[in-house]
Design a protein around this ligand. Structure first.
Ligand SMILES: [Zn+2]
Length: 107
């Protein structure tokens, strides 16, 4: 049994309007073992990195591909980097797809 299960504060997702083009340059996407930079697609980003080692983009947002597998990490992140905003990966992915579809029609 994990300790955080007993805390009275639980994770609640919040809906807020964002422009995906503002998120992407500062987003770290975290997979199962390591992160990647949404800006330059560098796959060698460590969870503790505050900026991309490749393009030097500062990470302000993070999206977990499988957030349910990383609940302890999410709690830790909130404590250590309270300014980092956690974005739902599916929301981001969908918004990005919508944006791409739009740009195809506009070309
Ligand atoms: Zn990068």
């Amino acid at each position: 049994m994990l300790q955080y299960e007993f805390m009275s504060e639980k994770l609640m997702r919040v809906y807020k309007k964002y422009d995906v083009s503002q998120i992407k340059p500062h987003l770290m996407i975290y997979g199962d073992l390591n992160g990647s930079c949404a800006n330059c697609n560098n796959l060698n980003v460590k969870f503790t990195d505050i900026q991309c080692p490749e393009c030097k983009s500062i990470f302000k947002y993070i999206a977990f591909r499988n957030p349910k597998n990383h609940i302890p990490k999410i709690y830790k992140l909130m404590e250590e980097k309270p300014d980092m905003l956690i974005i739902d990966y599916d929301d981001y992915h969908k918004a990005l797809g919508d944006q791409k579809a739009k740009s195809i029609f506009n070309d």
